[in-house]
Design a protein around this ligand. Structure first.
Ligand code: SF4
Length: 373
């Protein structure tokens, strides 16, 4: 394997998670459900000789089926839920003219932990939204609890570009009644190891489709994998005009690209809304300083800890450099271009959820210190 974790406890934890995945896959009393994060599809191919940025979603689905997963879904659906919840939260704050602006994104667990430890005073500015991984894990468990006709235990395995996601899934507030919403987190590199260990020839796999009831992916959900994507997806939600030029206008507003700090001012309902996009915690820290001493004012700040966002996550294939990351980002935007659904609220899987289980359970999408229900 290609374990990049230096400390032995970290290495053990990784070993443990792959082993736990195998155990679940072999256990007939368990239904093993995968969710695949956006950034994984444009990077895993590198482990098998493909170019960075090649979109391998269909092959990942096929590989997971061969490994014995029962249901395979796209974390982009969780991202769509995050977009809608976060956009509503932001609009609410803007309309109430709360002086606790800006609202910070909350979906990157490395940033979240940093904010908790270094800036407890900012925590009320950090969105109450759970991350796509956690929202989707909770929704999957809830949906299967209602629809399943057997008594198998549902085990959610998240395939992530990220090592911090393992710690996030294990946090106490991410369990309900003692059961984790996401049971196991496997990184892109670890999935590649599993594929190799099982003798699956990745490049020869026929592409396969995601499963219902969540088998739809929006472009807005997929661009979460790259820095600026959360902001762009949220802006799509606000601009109700469904024209190609609206989408283009948003993409040119200044939130795309690989610079460490990006800023954009957009008009929403006659208001000037200021958006900041940073990747790298150092960049976040210097932006926070400017906000605190009044040099800068923002309504929304998106923070991702890794260079370029999740495409540059620590669980992604190596080597990583700016060229590789640029190509992966291109793959993400290509997947967006190719998606017939651009906006989170247009995803039928998402509409069904809001009309279904979320009608009475919307709170499972938000952070609560002690998640009990
Ligand atoms: Fe994980 Fe990095 Fe993405 Fe944050 S930016 S969620 S640490 S991969």
């Amino acid at each position: 394997g290609q374990c990049r974790v230096v400390c032995p406890t970290g290495a053990l934890m990784i070993k443990k998670e792959i082993d736990r995945a195998y155990e679940a896959l072999q256990n007939k009393n368990m239904r093993v459900i995968a969710q695949i994060a956006p950034a994984v599809r444009v990077a895993i191919g590198e482990e098998f000789g493909l170019e960075p940025g090649a979109i391998s979603m269909g092959k990942i689905v096929a590989a997971l089926r061969k490994l014995g997963f029962d249901n395979i879904f796209d974390t982009a659906v969780g991202a769509d839920l995050t977009v809608i919840e976060e956009a509503e939260e932001l609009m609410d704050r803007i309309q109430k003219k709360q002086n606790t602006m800006p609202l910070f994104s909350s979906c990157c667990p490395a940033w979240f932990k940093y904010a908790e430890q270094k800036h407890p005073e900012l925590m009320e500015n950090v969105s109450s939204c759970r991350s796509p991984q956690q929202m989707f894990g909770a929704v999957i468990k809830e949906q299967f609890k209602r629809q399943q006709k057997d008594d198998r235990q549902n085990v959610v395995v998240a395939i992530m570009p990220c090592t911090a996601k393992k710690h996030e899934a294990a946090r106490p507030e991410n369990s309900r009644n003692g059961i984790r919403d996401v049971d196991i987190v496997i990184t892109t590199q670890e999935l590649a190891i599993m594929i190799q260990e099982n003798g699956i020839i990745f490049n020869e796999l026929e592409e396969e489709a995601l499963d219902m009831p969540f088998g739809f992916t929006s472009g807005a959900g997929v661009i979460f994998g790259v820095s600026g994507g959360v902001s762009e997806a949220v802006l799509r939600y606000y601009y109700k005009e469904r024209t190609a030029s609206t989408l283009k206008g948003i993409s040119y507003s200044g939130i795309r690209g690989m610079e460490g700090v990006k800023e954009a001012t957009v008009e929403i309902d006659g208001r000037q809304v200021r958006i900041g996009v940073v990747h790298g915690l150092k960049n976040a820290e210097s932006l926070i300083k400017k906000i605190v001493n009044g040099q800068e004012r923002f309504d929304f700040v998106e923070v991702m800890a890794c260079p370029g966002g999740c495409i540059g996550g620590a669980g992604q294939p190596i080597p990583q450099n700016s060229d590789v990351r640029r190509k992966r980002a291109k793959g993400i935007y290509k997947a967006d271009n190719e998606s017939p659904i651009k906006r989170s609220e247009d995803n039928p899987a998402v509409t069904n959820l809001y009309e279904g289980i979320l009608q009475s359970k919307r709170e499972i999408l938000h952070r609560h210190e002690n998640h009990q229900n």
